[in-house]
Design a protein around this ligand. Structure first.
Ligand SMILES: Nc1ncnc2c1ncn2[C@@H]1O[C@H](COP(=O)(O)OP(=O)(O)OP(=O)(O)O)[C@@H](O)[C@H]1O
Ligand SMILES: [Mg+2]
Length: 334
């Protein structure tokens, strides 16, 4: 895979490598006549954490699902970990390449999708044994390591029904990691969780990011994005509208649609952050010009100029699970 300079906008906590792990070009997806992805491009470097935000129905899940071919993209090009696929092709080589790409992606869904009749260890060993042909003893050893890493050393033989939502999601993360992915995809991994369980899952994701995992995360956990994302991408109506480090996208959004979305979402998701920006309620015309900037001199607070357009339509956030597969994450070969 060609290398290129690290993204100039990468500003997160991580070392972002020169290697390009993901290259998406002009990706389009139709469901029948519904044009859902309208030509999106994205380049992700090794170790980079991308957070994708946007209103319900804008195509975030479809984008993730196209990346690992859980959905068939209509046209465009996807390269992951050195394997390049021209979407819409057919034939043996195409199928082989798609399989390779699936093997390189771990995916974590909102609804966990664990095997209910297998315990935590078996959930984690299933993929490596069946798909990669790993020996049981090796797979179990790796599963135990991963489950320990996600804080479940004392739950290795528990079944999903005996685990909390946060624990189930951590098993799902361990399971995805067991396939040694070069890229982790997270589709609203905390939105089905009780609020008190969200932190434990975000912490595991933060740890993964700190260890250099390349990640694309659909999430409206703004605190997480602010702390962990190298780049936030705002998606609307099948397009990537704007992107940049969280300090730019959250504090200096350039596009009206991003501004409207943030004014909608911040009071709900990050009341303290919103308050500091002078936004207390959705639609409120109250940006406080004296509000202390959160980012120091480089990042002035949102103000009347950049938030002038505040006639906000109701922008629905996720309305719940968006068609997760009954099959395990990123691996319908199982
Ligand atoms: N399997 C499918 N078949 C037909 N249409 C689909 C399918 N999956 C998604 N869509 C359509 O694609 C559009 C984008 O859906 P998608 O789930 O990607 O949005 P999203 O941004 O993830 O929304 P949310 O925040 O609610 O999860 C919607 O119009 C949806 O109805
Ligand atoms: Mg979705």
């Amino acid at each position: 895979m060609a290398t290129s300079e690290p993204s100039a906008v990468a500003a997160g906590q991580h070392t972002v490598g020169r290697e390009v792990v993901v290259e998406v070009k002009a990706l389009q997806k139709y469901f029948g006549r519904n044009h859902v992805l309208k030509g999106v491009d994205l380049q992700v470097h090794k170790g980079e954490v991308i957070v994708l935000i946007g209103p319900s129905g804008s195509g975030k899940s479809t984008f993730l699902r196209c990346l690992n071919f859980l959905e068939d993209p209509t046209t465009g090009e996807i390269s992951i970990g050195g394997v390049r696929v021209v979407c819409g092709s057919h034939g043996g080589q195409f199928k082989k390449d798609v399989h390779q790409i699936r093997m390189k992606c771990g995916m974590v869904f909102q609804e966990f999708n664990l095997f209910p009749h297998k315990d935590a260890t078996e959930n984690v060993t299933e993929g490596p044994m069946l798909v990669k042909g790993e020996k049981k003893s090796d797979a179990v050893e790796k599963a135990h390591e991963l489950l320990t890493k996600v804080g479940l050393a004392d739950r290795m033989d528990f079944f999903p029904s005996q685990l909390s939502g946060g624990q189930k999601q951590r098993v799902a993360i361990a399971r995805a990691m067991a396939m040694d992915p070069v890229l982790m995809l997270f589709d609203e991994p905390t939105s089905a969780l009780d609020p008190e369980l969200i932190g434990e899952v975000l912490k595991v994701m933060k740890d993964l990011a700190a260890q250099g995992m390349t990640m694309i995360v659909v999430s409206h956990e703004m605190g997480f994005s602010r702390d962990v994302a190298d780049r936030v991408v705002y998606m609307d109506d099948g397009y990537f509208i704007e992107q940049g480090p969280p300090s730019e996208v959250f504090f200096h959004p350039q596009d009206d649609r991003t501004r409207r979305f943030l004014r909608h979402i911040l009071p709900e998701k990050e009341p303290q952050h919103a308050k500091e920006l002078g936004i207390v309620e959705v639609g409120q015309e109250l940006p406080d010009p004296d509000a202390a900037p959160l980012q120091g001199p480089a990042g002035a607070a949102l103000n009347e100029d950049n938030l002038a357009d505040t006639a906000i339509p109701e922008i629905p956030l996720s309305g719940g699970p968006s068609g997760e597969l009954p099959l395990p994450p990123g691996n319908e070969e199982l």
